[in-house]
Design a protein around this ligand. Structure first.
Ligand code: ADP
Length: 218
């Protein structure tokens, strides 16, 4: 009966450089385990064509976002590309009240904020590509949705290259903006997303180990 999990209350946070496969992996994980819900974050960025409120993001006006932030309604917030993004505590707790676990991708700055608010509930998984070459290939095959300039992209690639090169130095502080400020030991587990099915299995095993451990100490 070792796979029987306790009532869901785990917040699975996926961190990793853009293009490492976070979205693809989370899609598979939630498809295969309906007790893990993808939680939707809030943003002040206007919806793009085909994006819907409550499906892709909770779209908030800057005024509303600020009001909710001042009201301490966010587990974490972050500003980038001139817009604010954040995780509403009510969204996460709503899923947990249903007995589900939640999953989403955040950058390290966001994870560090959540950690101060729900330290016992989070499982931090770092996703890395097998190599920089593979990451560049995946970028090419994926439709680019960001407005990044080529120079900015090259800058990001250089930082990711540095990070991958120093991966085995446990004191090395990552530089690229998704992981910036964290070291290897800040994560509960690191998964190299080479073969997709293997990476999915690795993540499922990590989640199940944690569920089992939490059940034993509950
Ligand atoms: P992220 O969410 O981290 O930015 P995505 O999930 O969008 O990354 O993946 C980036 C690209 O890499 C996508 O085109 C995706 O289909 C592809 N991809 C993801 N995982 C793998 C894998 N294990 N092998 C090959 N391609 C992959």
């Amino acid at each position: 009966m070792e796979n029987i999990a306790p009532q869901g209350n785990l917040m699975i946070l996926i961190v990793g450089p853009s293009g490492s496969g976070k979205g693809t992996l989370m899609h598979e994980i939630t498809r295969q385990d309906p007790r893990i819900k993808f939680f939707i974050t809030a943003t002040t960025r206007p919806p793009r064509d085909g994006e819907y409120d409550g499906v892709h993001y909770w779209f908030l006006t800057p005024e509303r976002f600020t009001a909710r932030k001042n009201n301490n309604e966010f587990l974490e917030t972050d500003d980038h590309y001139n817009h604010s993004y954040g995780t509403l505590r009510s969204v996460v707790e709503g899923h947990m009240a249903e007995g589900d676990d939640v999953i989403s991708d955040l950058n390290w700055a966001g994870v560090a904020q959540v950690q101060t608010k729900m330290p016992d509930k989070i499982l931090k998984i770092l996703i890395l590509p097998p190599s920089l070459e593979e990451l560049k290939d995946r970028f090419k095959t994926r439709a680019q949705t960001s407005n990044e300039t080529d120079a900015k992209q090259l800058e990001r690639q250089a930082l990711i290259a540095d990070d991958l090169q120093h991966l085995n130095d446990s004191t090395y502080i990552f530089k690229n903006e998704d992981m910036a400020g964290s070291t290897k030991k800040d994560y509960d587990a690191i998964v190299i997303n080479d073969d997709l099915a293997t990476a999915v299995e690795d993540i499922q095993r990590i989640i199940n180990e944690r569920r089992t451990k939490d059940a034993a100490t509950a």
